[in-house]
Design a protein. Structure first.
Length: 270
């Protein structure tokens, strides 16, 4: 394995699993790994056989301990900007990736690793995981979207508390404040993540893509514009492909559910 780490990718059914593999550095992301992530996600974006992506770290110690800051040595601020900010960064690529991305988190998730998880659509972690945006402890600030995505996810006050203090929090605390959506014992992490990925992948790719696009837009659009955007995407679903059968199936399902509710209410009254 390269001293700069590797990005491994496997596929099972309609789910692709992308693994950060640099365990001796707690899966810290090197420039090489960043470039490989861009390459792999670019390939998966156009792979019609893949409907859901799981992003995780190798081993059971760290999801990702952040960016490999030792690579910053000898670079000027302009050099770093040209390498990491001016080009399309992996955080934005994942956030804008057309398919759902699940972060499967086991272990340390600090700095750029936490920002990487924040760019994913759903986060599920083991109960032994630890989270933190620790940059202030080194007289720095988060530079991969931490101040922006964390605030949108958990609210201004909680984001201020975590980022200004530089504290580390447990998986249970991350779940309590909404940083992760699912918390599970470490021995169940893979099974629960796999089950969720398979459930998502069982749906058709077009609505998966449009749902993600619509929800991501909610952070950027006023409500009135977001509602119009959502409506236009719904129209695309209705008119795409075999739309007559889709409308008939939706109508039949609605009628069945209404009938079931009516019967249930009637039986309770008797």
């Amino acid at each position: 394995m390269s001293k700069h780490g590797e990005i491994r990718m496997t596929r099972t059914g309609a789910t692709a699993t992308v693994v950060l593999d640099r365990q001796e550095k707690h899966n810290a992301i090197s420039q090489y790994m960043r470039d490989r992530l861009l390459e792999v996600f670019g390939q998966l974006a156009v792979d019609d056989a893949v409907r859901t992506v799981v992003l995780t770290g190798a081993g059971d110690v760290s999801f990702c301990a952040g960016t490999d800051v030792t690579e910053f040595k000898g670079r000027s601020g302009v050099d770093q900007w040209r390498r990491d900010i001016a080009p399309q960064r992996i955080f934005e690529v994942i956030e804008r990736f057309p398919k759902p991305v699940i972060a499967m988190i086991d272990g340390y998730t600090y700095g750029g690793g936490c920002e990487l998880a924040l760019a994913c659509d759903i986060r599920i972690c083991s109960d032994r995981s630890k989270f933190g945006l620790l940059e202030i402890n080194f007289d720095l600030i988060p530079g991969g979207g931490g101040t922006q995505r964390l605030t949108r996810l958990i609210g201004r006050g909680q984001a201020m508390r975590l980022i200004l203090s530089g504290d580390k929090i447990s998986g249970a605390e991350a779940f309590r404040i909404g940083l992760v959506e699912l918390l599970t014992p470490d021995e169940d992490l893979l099974a629960r993540t796999t089950a969720l990925a398979e459930q998502i992948s069982s749906h058709q790719p077009l609505p998966l893509e449009l749902i993600k696009a619509s929800i991501v837009s909610a952070d950027e659009l006023p409500l009135s514009s977001g509602l119009r955007y959502e409506g236009s995407l719904m129209g695309m679903c209705l008119l795409a492909g075999d739309h007559e059968n889709r409308i008939n199936a939706f109508s039949a399902a609605g009628s069945s559910q209404t009938t079931g509710v009516s019967q249930h209410n009637y039986e309770k009254k008797d």
